[in-house]
Design a protein. Structure first.
Length: 136
């Protein structure tokens, strides 16, 4: 993250931070998205606790997104460990999973727009997300 901030400046308070892994290119294949080994353990990238804490507690990021199905890595999820997702949600931040086309969004300076229905007592639901990108 230090190298990223050296190139683009400090992450602004209130930011939406998306982790680009290009994992969305595996969609719509459920098998490719989970990338399970012979023992059934999923192998997909996830956030680290150190980065999430730094982004939220030090930089003040309020929202997180990623291309995978979970905040935690596939190995963690396979063990039943979703502690990073719980961390994000317990901090009253929000997250969007299964983002696509992050390769078409600049590393910094885009405005993320997210909209979704608000179902009564809903825990998760589809969102429509698009980026307004600065002209180059």
């Amino acid at each position: 993250m230090q190298r990223w901030e050296e190139r683009h400046g400090r992450i602004p308070h209130g930011a939406f931070v998306a982790m680009r892994s290009d994992w969305s290119q595996r969609w719509p294949s459920h098998a490719r998205m989970h990338n399970r080994d012979a023992a059934g353990v999923a192998h997909f990238p996830g956030w680290s606790a150190e980065v999430l804490r730094l982004l939220h507690e030090d930089r003040g990021a309020l929202a997180f997104g990623h291309e995978t199905t979970d905040t935690d890595s596939g190995i963690s999820v396979s063990r039943g460990d979703v502690s990073l997702e719980r961390y994000v949600l317990d901090t009253d931040a929000w997250q969007i999973e299964l983002l696509a086309n992050l390769d078409q969004v600049p590393e910094a300076g885009a405005l993320a727009v997210a909209s979704w229905p608000k179902p009564k007592a809903g825990a998760g639901f589809p969102a429509r997300v698009f980026a307004i990108c600065p002209s180059s």
